[in-house]
Design a binder for this molecule. Structure first.
Ligand SMILES: [Zn+2]
Length: 360
């Protein structure tokens, strides 16, 4: 857009959690303010680049959800600039939820207040410090609610040499009056291969595990990092164990398995369940298309499972039961009971298949 002179004065970057809207907004700001940019990137070393890299550039204004630091103060981003810098530099793919936890919002709802909107208008009315462009980044305009109306005029007609960048995860909670005044760019989910590459290069992750986590992350780098930070995240041995028990009708083993699994954290249980759903879906795909994007032991597993002639309906039934269990566990049901019930249902579904195939 910039190269073709089509950069609008107000831009909405919109992509699901973990697709990097905020780091993209920082990179774009750095590129625009860089005093020695190339056709494709900022130089990274000029004073402007260095200040933006530390989020300390006086012409890059930041606005984000926050809370009252004490009962008598207003909800203003300026109360939390220091924390925001520290948090986003360490977690460029962080979520608004984690950010609000970081500033101890606990169960207080964060927002971007009417006072904050007025502070934005005031600070953008000032001259730029460095004599160049001014940029305003509003992270998660969903938190504006109807206070967004205060910004309509600013978004429609910003002061000269000013760019407004809104970084959102969804347009549903943004006022239509704002959406109609702004040019939107949609961020696609990140490709699994790119997530895996980054996990290997930047986090020294072993390739097999990096690929496993990248596929589970479903396009979100945030989700991939969460998986990475959980211990014992090679889920395959657990899955192989579960299916061995299921296919040998080992009731005692399954009861033990669900008990062990219930001792893990809820997030890990959920990840495991999503992982087996993923394996079953891949089995179906492999069965119908002959294609499979897995490798090594996971590939062998899926090929074996596909060769057991489990019927399409049985696999769908299994996926359905696992998804239901994940839903209940997420809502704080006793995971031990849920997992045990799931194992019984899965064993039954698989046995049923054997019975019906005998009848046929
Ligand atoms: Zn530069």
């Amino acid at each position: 857009m910039w190269q073709q002179n089509h950069l609008p004065h107000a831009l909405l970057i919109c992509g699901q959690e973990g697709t990097g809207g905020l780091p993209l907004a920082f990179a774009l700001s750095q590129y625009l303010l860089c005093s020695n940019k190339s056709d494709t990137d900022s130089c990274g070393v000029c004073p402007n680049c260095q200040k933006i890299a530390k989020l300390e550039h006086a012409d890059v204004h930041l606005s984000f959800p926050s809370i009252k630091p004490n009962p008598h103060s207003k909800v203003l981003s300026s109360n939390y600039f220091k924390e925001f810098r520290t948090y986003t530099l360490a977690n460029p793919y962080g979520t608004a939820f984690d950010w609000l936890q970081y500033i101890n919002a606990e169960n207080k709802q964060g927002n971007i207040s009417a006072d904050e909107c007025r502070a934005i208008i005031e600070s953008l009315s000032l001259k730029s410090y460095e004599g160049g462009k001014k940029i305003l980044i509003i992270w998660r305009p969903e938190f504006l609610g109807k206070e967004g109306n205060i910004l309509l005029k600013l978004i429609e007609e910003p002061p000269s040499e000013t760019l407004i960048i809104l970084v959102a995860e969804s347009t549903e909670e943004i006022l239509p009056t704002i959406l109609s005044r702004i040019q939107a760019i949609k961020l696609p989910p990140i490709k699994a291969s790119e997530i895996a590459e980054s996990l290997i290069k930047q986090y020294n992750c072993e390739p097999h595990r990096a690929n496993q986590m990248a596929r589970l992350a479903e396009g979100s780098f945030t989700a991939a990092l969460q998986l990475l930070h959980e211990e014992d995240n090679d889920l395959f041995p657990h899955a192989r164990n579960l299916f061995n028990l299921l296919f040998t009708n080992n009731g005692i083993g399954l009861s033990k398995f669900s008990e062990e699994m219930s001792k893990l954290g809820r997030e890990q249980q959920k990840n495991f369940l999503h992982y087996i759903i993923h394996l079953l879906q891949t089995t179906l795909k492999q069965h119908f298309t002959g294609q499979c994007n897995l490798a090594n032991e996971e590939l062998v597993f899926v090929q074996k499972l596909s060769a057991t002639a489990l019927r399409f309906e049985t696999i769908s039934q299994l996926i359905d039961e696992i998804a239901k269990t994940s839903y209940h566990i997420q809502r704080n049901s006793s995971s031990k009971m849920q997992l045990h019930a799931l194992c019984i249902k899965m064993m039954y579904a698989i046995q049923n298949k054997k019975v019906s195939s005998l009848v046929q």
